[in-house]
Design a protein around this ligand. Structure first.
Ligand SMILES: C[S@@+](CC[C@H](N)C(=O)[O-])C[C@H]1O[C@@H](n2cnc3c(N)ncnc32)[C@H](O)[C@@H]1O
Length: 265
């Protein structure tokens, strides 16, 4: 089954640019999680929903083992082939996360990053991840956001709801997936620990550079939400000014879950 990622409708390049930026910006937050699940010494790792492969590349660099990376989109796998061309320990595959094409108890570690938010049936995906991990092995969802916990100031009552999850919901994603991770992992039979992976508030300079890099993506979300060019221009002027003044504060929780498969089920 080929998955058409909901996020890709007509904006593949913007999406890939955003994934690249997210991978860079979250590398520091994901690294301790990879160390905690002992990715360095794992022999066989599966990265589910690898997208353009930027996060897979981080995993491949951290381990001595082999990484199998799977995505439901042929377009994303083509991009990942280029991104990962120098990683000799990665094998790429098109496939469905809700029906993983692997035997039970195959992998030492099974990871996903920003995938459950977009899955049609996230419980099915986690159950599949739990099925293919070995007894005693670990399933890791490294970063899954929860827009309900998003905080920022100064506020803008017209624009904020768009970025507080409405834009994600409109594209078929679940903006509240973060809070659901514990339930999804426990229901999949995993011994589960959850946490928030990003405990640092970015500086205004970091926020501004992220915004400018992913600007097209944000402007499109505002247009799709029905805002006029004039409203968008006014918001952007105020937003950039608040960052130049150094007064803008943003916090956006990214949850993680680590689930160990019991030795005897
Ligand atoms: C937001 S991207 C994240 C990509 C990558 N993990 C990262 O963090 O850069 C979500 C990816 O999940 C994939 N995806 C969503 N549902 C899927 C499914 N059922 N099977 C396989 N891939 C799926 C999409 O094709 C997309 O590439």
């Amino acid at each position: 089954m080929i998955v058409k990622p909901k996020i890709l409708t007509g904006q593949l390049n913007d999406f890939i640019k955003k994934l690249e930026l997210q991978a860079l910006e979250t590398a520091e937050e994901r690294r301790p999680l990879y160390l905690e699940v002992d990715i360095k010494d794992a022999i066989l790792i599966l990265d589910v929903g690898c997208g353009s492969g930027m996060v897979t590349r981080d995993i491949a660099h951290l381990t001595k083992g082999k990484v199998v990376a799977i995505d439901g989109s042929e377009d994303m796998i083509s991009v990942a082939k280029k991104v990962l061309k120098d990683c000799r320990n990665v094998e790429l595959k098109v496939g469905d996360a809700e029906n993983l094409p692997f035997d039970d108890n195959t992998f030492d570690v099974v990871t996903c990053n920003l995938v459950l938010m977009w899955a049609d049936d996230p419980q099915k995906v986690v159950c599949e991840m739990a099925r293919v991990v070995k007894p005693g092995g670990v399933v890791l969802a490294s970063l899954e956001p929860d827009y309900g916990g998003k905080l920022h100031y100064p506020e803008n009552p017209r624009i904020d709801p768009v970025f507080a999850g409405n834009a994600i919901k409109k594209r078929g994603g679940d903006p509240h997936i973060g809070r659901k991770l514990r339930l999804l992992f426990v229901r999949a039979g995993l011994n589960t620990k959850v946490g928030i992976g990003n405990n640092r508030i970015w500086s205004c300079e970091e926020d501004k550079s992220y915004y400018l890099h992913a600007r097209d993506f944000y402007i499109k979300a505002l247009k799709d939400a029905g805002l006029s060019q004039e409203e968008i221009d006014k918001w952007e002027y105020d937003y950039l000014k608040s960052m130049d003044e150094g007064v803008q504060l943003n916090f956006f929780p990214q949850f993680y879950a680590i689930g160990r498969k019991p030795m005897v089920l």
